[in-house]
Design a protein around this ligand. Structure first.
Ligand SMILES: [Fe+2]
Ligand SMILES: [Fe+2]
Length: 244
Protein backbone atom coordinates (compact mmCIF):
# COMPACT_ATOMS: atom_id res chain seq x y z
CA UNK A 1 0.00 0.00 0.00
CA UNK A 2 2.76 2.43 0.96
CA UNK A 3 4.61 1.63 -2.23
CA UNK A 4 1.49 2.26 -4.27
CA UNK A 5 0.82 5.53 -2.45
CA UNK A 6 4.43 6.58 -3.08
CA UNK A 7 4.12 5.70 -6.74
CA UNK A 8 0.90 7.66 -7.05
CA UNK A 9 2.40 10.64 -5.28
CA UNK A 10 5.41 10.50 -7.58
CA UNK A 11 3.20 10.34 -10.65
CA UNK A 12 1.19 13.32 -9.43
CA UNK A 13 4.29 15.36 -8.66
CA UNK A 14 5.57 14.52 -12.14
CA UNK A 15 2.35 15.80 -13.64
CA UNK A 16 2.48 18.94 -11.54
CA UNK A 17 6.11 19.48 -12.30
CA UNK A 18 7.16 22.53 -14.24
CA UNK A 19 7.73 22.32 -17.97
CA UNK A 20 11.41 22.21 -18.83
CA UNK A 21 12.50 23.88 -22.06
CA UNK A 22 15.54 23.78 -24.31
CA UNK A 23 17.42 26.85 -25.48
CA UNK A 24 17.18 27.53 -29.21
CA UNK A 25 20.86 26.72 -29.56
CA UNK A 26 20.16 23.03 -28.73
CA UNK A 27 18.03 22.40 -31.79
CA UNK A 28 19.06 25.25 -34.03
CA UNK A 29 19.46 23.78 -37.49
CA UNK A 30 16.80 21.16 -36.82
CA UNK A 31 13.91 23.62 -37.04
CA UNK A 32 12.79 26.00 -39.75
CA UNK A 33 14.41 29.31 -38.76
CA UNK A 34 11.66 31.17 -40.63
CA UNK A 35 8.96 29.35 -38.66
CA UNK A 36 6.98 30.80 -35.76
CA UNK A 37 8.79 32.04 -32.66
CA UNK A 38 10.30 29.12 -30.79
CA UNK A 39 7.83 28.90 -27.92
CA UNK A 40 6.94 25.57 -26.37
CA UNK A 41 3.24 24.92 -25.82
CA UNK A 42 1.90 25.50 -22.32
CA UNK A 43 -0.83 23.05 -21.34
CA UNK A 44 -3.67 24.48 -19.23
CA UNK A 45 -2.77 24.77 -15.57
CA UNK A 46 0.92 24.11 -15.98
CA UNK A 47 3.88 26.41 -15.56
CA UNK A 48 7.34 26.60 -16.97
CA UNK A 49 10.36 25.62 -14.99
CA UNK A 50 12.21 28.54 -13.44
CA UNK A 51 14.62 26.71 -11.15
CA UNK A 52 16.10 23.28 -10.66
CA UNK A 53 15.42 20.56 -13.25
CA UNK A 54 14.68 17.38 -11.31
CA UNK A 55 16.16 15.21 -14.03
CA UNK A 56 19.55 16.53 -12.94
CA UNK A 57 21.24 16.08 -9.57
CA UNK A 58 20.63 19.14 -7.43
CA UNK A 59 23.70 21.24 -6.77
CA UNK A 60 24.59 22.72 -3.37
CA UNK A 61 23.61 26.34 -2.76
CA UNK A 62 27.21 27.54 -2.99
CA UNK A 63 28.62 25.21 -5.62
CA UNK A 64 32.34 24.70 -6.02
CA UNK A 65 34.28 23.66 -9.10
CA UNK A 66 34.40 20.15 -7.65
CA UNK A 67 30.60 20.15 -7.31
CA UNK A 68 30.32 21.06 -10.98
CA UNK A 69 32.65 18.19 -11.86
CA UNK A 70 30.56 15.83 -9.75
CA UNK A 71 27.05 16.90 -10.68
CA UNK A 72 27.29 18.35 -14.19
CA UNK A 73 30.48 17.18 -15.90
CA UNK A 74 30.89 13.62 -14.62
CA UNK A 75 32.50 11.32 -15.50
CA UNK A 76 34.78 13.87 -17.23
CA UNK A 77 37.22 11.06 -18.06
CA UNK A 78 38.85 13.00 -20.89
CA UNK A 79 39.64 15.94 -18.62
CA UNK A 80 40.87 13.73 -15.78
CA UNK A 81 43.02 11.65 -18.10
CA UNK A 82 44.51 14.71 -19.80
CA UNK A 83 45.36 16.25 -16.43
CA UNK A 84 46.84 12.97 -15.19
CA UNK A 85 49.00 12.74 -18.30
CA UNK A 86 50.10 16.36 -17.88
CA UNK A 87 51.15 15.64 -14.32
CA UNK A 88 52.94 12.46 -15.34
CA UNK A 89 54.80 14.52 -17.95
CA UNK A 90 55.96 16.89 -15.23
CA UNK A 91 54.00 20.00 -16.17
CA UNK A 92 53.77 22.73 -13.57
CA UNK A 93 50.61 22.71 -11.44
CA UNK A 94 48.78 25.55 -13.13
CA UNK A 95 49.16 23.82 -16.51
CA UNK A 96 47.88 20.58 -15.02
CA UNK A 97 44.86 22.67 -13.99
CA UNK A 98 44.62 24.05 -17.55
CA UNK A 99 44.52 20.47 -18.87
CA UNK A 100 41.90 19.56 -16.26
CA UNK A 101 39.68 22.42 -17.46
CA UNK A 102 40.50 22.66 -21.16
CA UNK A 103 37.30 21.06 -22.54
CA UNK A 104 34.99 22.07 -19.71
CA UNK A 105 32.71 23.84 -22.19
CA UNK A 106 32.25 20.72 -24.34
CA UNK A 107 31.30 18.71 -21.28
CA UNK A 108 28.98 21.14 -19.58
CA UNK A 109 28.10 24.11 -21.73
CA UNK A 110 28.56 24.77 -25.45
CA UNK A 111 30.57 22.69 -27.90
CA UNK A 112 31.02 25.17 -30.75
CA UNK A 113 34.04 27.42 -30.04
CA UNK A 114 34.62 25.50 -26.83
CA UNK A 115 38.10 26.94 -26.20
CA UNK A 116 36.74 30.47 -26.05
CA UNK A 117 33.72 29.60 -23.90
CA UNK A 118 35.87 27.47 -21.60
CA UNK A 119 38.38 30.29 -21.13
CA UNK A 120 35.61 32.75 -20.28
CA UNK A 121 34.09 30.36 -17.78
CA UNK A 122 37.27 30.07 -15.75
CA UNK A 123 38.90 33.44 -16.42
CA UNK A 124 37.83 35.15 -13.16
CA UNK A 125 39.20 32.30 -11.07
CA UNK A 126 42.52 31.25 -12.59
CA UNK A 127 45.88 32.69 -13.54
CA UNK A 128 45.62 34.71 -16.75
CA UNK A 129 47.97 32.28 -18.47
CA UNK A 130 45.67 29.34 -17.71
CA UNK A 131 42.67 31.01 -19.35
CA UNK A 132 44.82 32.12 -22.30
CA UNK A 133 46.07 28.58 -22.83
CA UNK A 134 42.55 27.13 -22.69
CA UNK A 135 41.32 29.73 -25.22
CA UNK A 136 44.11 28.98 -27.68
CA UNK A 137 44.31 25.21 -27.41
CA UNK A 138 41.27 25.07 -29.70
CA UNK A 139 43.19 26.62 -32.62
CA UNK A 140 46.52 24.96 -31.85
CA UNK A 141 44.96 21.50 -32.07
CA UNK A 142 44.78 21.94 -35.86
CA UNK A 143 48.47 22.79 -36.29
CA UNK A 144 51.39 20.42 -35.80
CA UNK A 145 54.53 21.32 -33.88
CA UNK A 146 57.38 18.90 -34.55
CA UNK A 147 59.49 20.48 -31.78
CA UNK A 148 57.25 18.80 -29.19
CA UNK A 149 56.19 15.82 -31.32
CA UNK A 150 52.65 17.10 -31.87
CA UNK A 151 50.99 15.95 -35.11
CA UNK A 152 47.63 16.86 -36.60
CA UNK A 153 45.26 14.50 -34.74
CA UNK A 154 44.27 11.30 -36.53
CA UNK A 155 40.92 11.68 -34.75
CA UNK A 156 40.31 14.96 -36.58
CA UNK A 157 40.78 13.26 -39.98
CA UNK A 158 38.11 10.81 -38.91
CA UNK A 159 35.82 13.44 -37.40
CA UNK A 160 36.07 16.17 -40.05
CA UNK A 161 37.36 14.43 -43.19
CA UNK A 162 40.74 14.59 -44.95
CA UNK A 163 39.98 17.85 -46.70
CA UNK A 164 38.93 19.91 -43.66
CA UNK A 165 40.96 23.12 -43.27
CA UNK A 166 40.54 25.53 -40.32
CA UNK A 167 38.75 28.77 -41.13
CA UNK A 168 40.68 32.06 -41.42
CA UNK A 169 39.81 33.20 -37.88
CA UNK A 170 41.25 29.99 -36.45
CA UNK A 171 44.31 30.36 -38.63
CA UNK A 172 44.73 33.93 -37.36
CA UNK A 173 44.34 32.76 -33.75
CA UNK A 174 47.04 30.15 -34.38
CA UNK A 175 49.46 32.68 -35.85
CA UNK A 176 48.80 35.06 -32.96
CA UNK A 177 49.39 32.27 -30.44
CA UNK A 178 52.51 31.05 -32.22
CA UNK A 179 54.30 34.31 -31.44
CA UNK A 180 52.96 34.77 -27.94
CA UNK A 181 55.01 34.33 -24.76
CA UNK A 182 52.50 31.74 -23.52
CA UNK A 183 52.49 29.71 -26.73
CA UNK A 184 54.06 26.68 -25.06
CA UNK A 185 51.42 26.66 -22.31
CA UNK A 186 48.59 26.32 -24.81
CA UNK A 187 50.71 23.89 -26.84
CA UNK A 188 51.16 21.71 -23.74
CA UNK A 189 47.39 21.35 -23.50
CA UNK A 190 47.35 19.94 -27.03
CA UNK A 191 50.27 17.63 -26.28
CA UNK A 192 48.43 16.18 -23.28
CA UNK A 193 45.01 16.29 -24.95
CA UNK A 194 44.54 12.62 -25.60
CA UNK A 195 41.25 10.87 -25.82
CA UNK A 196 42.54 8.00 -23.70
CA UNK A 197 46.21 7.42 -23.04
CA UNK A 198 45.23 4.40 -21.05
CA UNK A 199 41.55 3.49 -21.27
CA UNK A 200 41.87 1.01 -18.41
CA UNK A 201 43.10 3.59 -15.95
CA UNK A 202 40.46 5.39 -13.96
CA UNK A 203 41.59 8.76 -12.72
CA UNK A 204 39.82 10.10 -9.66
CA UNK A 205 38.90 13.76 -9.31
CA UNK A 206 40.28 13.64 -5.76
CA UNK A 207 43.77 13.35 -7.21
CA UNK A 208 43.47 17.01 -8.23
CA UNK A 209 41.81 18.46 -5.14
CA UNK A 210 45.08 20.04 -4.00
CA UNK A 211 45.88 21.58 -7.38
CA UNK A 212 42.36 22.99 -7.63
CA UNK A 213 42.67 24.36 -4.10
CA UNK A 214 45.96 26.07 -4.88
CA UNK A 215 45.19 27.41 -8.37
CA UNK A 216 41.44 27.91 -8.69
CA UNK A 217 40.07 30.85 -6.69
CA UNK A 218 36.81 29.38 -5.54
CA UNK A 219 34.36 32.22 -4.71
CA UNK A 220 32.84 31.88 -1.24
CA UNK A 221 29.34 32.68 -2.60
CA UNK A 222 29.62 29.71 -4.95
CA UNK A 223 30.16 29.60 -8.72
CA UNK A 224 27.21 31.38 -10.28
CA UNK A 225 26.49 33.63 -7.32
CA UNK A 226 29.63 35.75 -7.01
CA UNK A 227 28.64 38.36 -9.59
CA UNK A 228 31.74 37.72 -11.71
CA UNK A 229 31.70 38.19 -15.50
CA UNK A 230 31.19 34.42 -15.79
CA UNK A 231 28.56 33.89 -13.07
CA UNK A 232 25.66 33.69 -15.51
CA UNK A 233 27.43 30.94 -17.44
CA UNK A 234 27.87 28.80 -14.33
CA UNK A 235 24.22 29.40 -13.42
CA UNK A 236 23.19 28.21 -16.89
CA UNK A 237 25.18 25.00 -16.39
CA UNK A 238 23.48 24.61 -13.00
CA UNK A 239 19.97 25.33 -14.39
CA UNK A 240 20.14 24.72 -18.16
CA UNK A 241 16.40 24.35 -18.78
CA UNK A 242 14.92 27.41 -17.11
CA UNK A 243 12.40 29.28 -19.23
CA UNK A 244 14.31 32.55 -18.69
FE1 LIG B 1 39.54 20.96 -26.85
FE1 LIG C 1 40.49 17.78 -25.24
Amino acid sequence: MTERADALEFQMSQELDRIAVRSVIYDSGERDPAGPLHRPPQPEGRFFLMSHDRRLPEMPGQPTLIDFFRYRLAPASHLLQSAALARRNGLEEKLVLACLLHDISILGFIRSDHGYWGAQLVEPYVDEEVAWAIRHHQALRFYPDASVGYDYPEAYRKLFGEDYRPEPHIDAAYRHARNHKWYMSARMITVNDLYAFDPDTTVELEEFTDIIGRHFRQPKEGLGFDNSPASHMWRTINWPTRYL
